[in-house]
Design a protein around this ligand. Sequence first.
Ligand code: PHE
Length: 362
Amino acid sequence: MTDLDAIRSDLLADIAGAADAAAIEAIRVRALGKQGQVTGLLKTLGGMTPDQRQAEGPRIHALREAVTAAIAERKAAIEAAALDGRLAAERLDMGLPVASAPQGSVHPVSQVMDELAEIFADLGFAVATGPEIEDDWHNFTALNIPETHPARAMHDTFYFDRTDDAGRKMLLRTHTSPVQIRTMASQKPPIRIIAPGRTYRSDSDATHTPMFHQVEGLVIDRGIHMGHLKWTLETFVKAYFERDDIVLRLRPSYFPFTEPSAEVDVGYTRDKSGRRVIGGAEPEGWMELLGSGMVHPPGIAACGLDPQEWQGFAFGCGIDRLAMLKYGMDDLRAFFDGDLRWLRHYGFAALDVPTLSGGVGA
Ligand code: PHE
């Protein structure tokens, strides 16, 4: 039975050369399967004399063990190589990119909010806030917009499908005006506040996004009249656009919570390339800037104040629009895309925040 050595070296060579799991399995079946070569040798033991069996038995069993071990070893090596290959090919880099340079910067909306706080602080205004998830009483009813009022339909409101504990419908505030109500209810006059923040309406195009920003202004004091409103807005717009030749136009308008109400436009001129520039002593046209008016006396009374003694004015202005007019963006949707290239173009270095007092581009 000298051919056992030949069978052994042939099989071991085949095993060593097997390239994948299928090849090694084929060899296993060929050698150790029911009809296998080694299995066949084992079967010959039964027909041998005891002497032959004693001589050949250990050799055949040794062959089977050697082949079994070689197959197991080769199989493990093939599996390990396959795993290594997958690990290399399906590599996931879980590391954070090295922050070699700052990625983000101050968003123009945050920048404008800072500028507004600064300008109005100089005029004695504090910053007030209110919830973005409001109830329909603060957002509408208290502002003289009852359930059946057409102005409710104009606001494209996002409602929640639940009410608060007082049974009021919950919604995403459609304007910052509910902060007027919350402020009058919680503070004693004289009141001078601005309330910048997020507002929501179901609306989307180049100049409308479902989430946008407004700033509310509210003054309640004795002897307040439209002249105070106009002077305050003029002072604000001049400071914001950083030029003195600002002309405002007040157009009669309607808001349920102000009487009289005025839409305020700012005059623009054109530069040499024909682009519209805010300002200029002799405007070539007008851009709508904000809504405003004298706080409706019944609203003052509803907050527990005597409208004979206390008067006020209010205004509401889109912050995103203010940013677009000052910094030249033309599509509002890009404000909220989170695209760093846009931010690098229009944003401001995080540690070099230009302020009106610090100087733009300082
Ligand atoms: N809240 C109004 C709006 O969103 C704007 C406004 C505010 C008008 C304050 C008058 C006074 O359209």
